[in-house]
Each structure stands twice: as C-alpha cells, then as structure tokens.
Ligand binder design. Structure first.
Ligand code: F6P
Length: 343
C-alpha cells in the first residue's frame, strides 16, 4: 500500500514519534510506502509531498519536538472548497489511505474527507487534551510537565518577595493543563474555563494565606477561563482567520484585580508556546508511537473512518464522529477534588 500522512493544527511534542511509528510499521510489517504532506491540509491541497524512508533519519526523530512535515491551520470553508483538488492529488500520488494527525479541528476535516469517500484513519493530537473519545492525546503530558516545572520555580520567587504569582497556561477552551499542572505544582488556586470564577473568592483565598503567615500565593489560570457573570469586567477577543476566538490575557486581568482589591504585589507569567516546544516526555513518546503503529495497522486492515484512541491500557479504534462531536471538558467532580488543595 501507499500510505500518506500529515500533521495539522498547533504543533506539539510527540508528532514526530507518531510519524516514526507509522513509517517503521508500514515498512517492517507491510513493506508499504509512506508519503508525507507538508504543512498540514495546505500541503495536501498544493500537492507538496515527499516519501518518508525507514532509515536512520526517521529513527532519530522519536525525541524531537515539533514536526518534520511542518504544520498549519486552514479555515474549514477553504478546506471544503478544496475537496476535488485533494482527491485528485491523492489519486495522482497513488495513495491508498491517509493518516491525518491533529486536534479536534483536523479530525473534523478527516471525518469530512471520510464521509466523501476518502480512506482515512485519524490520530488525536493536542496539548489541550480536549479530543473526545480518548483518555489522553499526546502532547498533553509534556505541556503539563513544562507548566509544573514553571510553577515549582515560581514558588521560590513568590515566597522570597511575598508576592502573588499568576501563571497562565494554554488549553484553549478547556482546563485540563491548568487542572493537572495546578495540582502537580501545588498552586493555591486554579482557574479553568469549565468553572467560571469569582474574583472575590480568589481574593479571599489569597488574603487567608497572608493572614495565616503564608505571605505568598500561586494561582494557575487557564487562558480560556472566564469570570462568573457580572463579577468582573473582561476585555473581549476577536475571531481570528481560522474561526478561533482570540484571548485577551485573563491572567494579567486577574492579577490587576487582585492588586487593586488587596494591594499585594502581583506578577504574571504567561507560559505560552513553551508548553508546545521541546522534546516529548517518555509518556508522550510511548503514546505517540503506539498511535502511529495502530494507525498504520488500521489502514492495512481497512478500518477507515476511524481514529485511534487510548482507553485505559489499550489503544482502540473509535468512529471519527465520536472524536469530533464535542470537546472533552474537565468534569465538575475533578475540579471539586482540586479545590480541596486551594488556599
Ligand atoms: O490548541 C493548541 C494550542 O496551543 C492552544 O492551547 C492555544 O490556545 C493555541 O493552540 C495557540 O495557537 P497558535 O499556535 O496559533 O498561537
């Protein structure tokens, strides 16, 4: 068979481990060829492709962050308008099946191609961990590790200066990174989009710490967090060229409110793309490799219209429409558990 793959959406550590898993499995188990398209869907539409060989170069990308294929985003409308071109390019290249590696947006595109007769097996990727139907996406564990290390470091400087430190993490519209990094890093409060916050509650928790003699505080804030209705003015974001709502820096806005209400010295750290860079953790290397191996095998067994997923210990195949229906949000019960450690 001739298998094609591409990486689409925000990059994250582990993408190359998936590519390596696909190439090595296709070569060793099926003597199949793998073709990589550059820069996500755009490269598929513009037929920017190259063969990927099972050689020393592929072997060493296991530990490299980013993606050797490049990635990018494409507005759904432009993608859908390119169906005929995509189909023609795949046929010209003699491609039997396509493995798109991406987040919820990419998997929506994969489902649409599958619904239009193109053999597809998806691989769920994102640091946000918001893809429905799988316990974890690769990239998430590395982002949490980076954010946890940052929070560990913020404790010592906050304590030295009797400051409140706000650390803003990624996650788009869900709070998985903040929930895990906040708990792992011992943050004294964590704010996530699924649980609109009350700035008065946050101030109360910080004030209690100072009154008890713990004269500093760490607050982990997900970039998509929002205040309870009517509790705090918020700067409004716009809609970007890909249809995503831009954020307006919730971490700094919370910092300003705490300073204005309590007078404490407050600083904000926005981790941003540091969470997306560098080498994947061992967990992400293993999960990504397993996803690549199983996606390659699914193509050869004709299991199309599916997406690989982690369920407990096992990699299973789910229908693509399960992966794209809704975002996997943090359940209320997980936040109730985290709250036991606040203050
Ligand atoms: O979806 C992954 C993600 O890192 C989000 O957590 C974040 O909001 C967004 O991508 C950033 O997008 P960009 O890389 O285009 O700035």
């Amino acid at each position: 068979m001739r298998i094609a793959t591409l990486t689409s959406g925000g990059d994250c550590p582990g993408l190359n481990a998936v590519i390596r898993g696909i190439v090595r499995t296709c070569s060793a188990e099926f003597n199949s060829t793998v073709v990589g398209y550059q820069d996500g869907w755009v490269g598929l539409m513009e037929d920017k492709r190259s063969q990927l060989y099972d050689d020393e170069n592929i072997d060493r990308i296991l530990l490299r962050g980013g993606t050797i294929l490049g990635t990018g985003r494409l507005h759904p409308d432009r993608f859908k308008a390119g169906l005929d071109q995509i189909r023609a390019n795949l046929e010209d290249a003699g491609i039997d099946a396509l493995i798109p590696i991406g987040g919820e947006g990419t998997l929506k595109g994969a489902k649409w191609l599958s619904d239009n007769g193109i053999p597809v097996v998806g691989v769920p990727k994102t640091i946000d961990n918001d893809v429905n139907g799988t316990d974890f996406t690769f990239g998430f564990d590395t982002a949490v590790s980076v954010a946890t290390d940052a929070i560990d470091r913020l404790h010592t400087t906050a304590e030295s200066h009797n400051r409140v430190m706000i650390v803003e993490v990624m996650g788009r519209h869900v709070g998985w990174i903040a929930l895990h990094a906040g708990m792992a890093g011992g943050a004294h409060y964590t704010v996530i989009p699924e649980e609109p916050f009350d700035i008065a509650e946050i101030c109360k928790a910080m004030e209690r710490r100072f009154q008890m003699g713990e004269k500093y505080g760490i607050i982990c804030v997900a970039e998509g967090a929002l205040p309870k209705e009517g509790t705090m003015e918020m700067r409004e974001g716009e809609i970007d060229q890909f249809g995503h709502k831009t954020f307006t820096g919730i971490g700094q806005q919370i910092a300003d409110e705490i300073h204005n209400r309590l007078g404490h010295d407050v600083r904000t750290t926005v981790l941003g793309h540091i969470q997306r860079g560098g080498t994947p953790t061992a967990f992400d290397r293993v999960l990504a490799t397993r996803y690549g191996v199983h996606a390659a095998r699914a193509c050869h067994s004709g299991d199309f219209g599916k997406c690989v997923a982690l369920h407990g210990e096992h990699i299973e195949l789910i229908d693509l429409n399960e992966a794209v229906g809704t975002l996997k949000a943090v359940p209320h019960g997980r936040y109730v558990t985290a709250k036991a450690m606040f203050g």
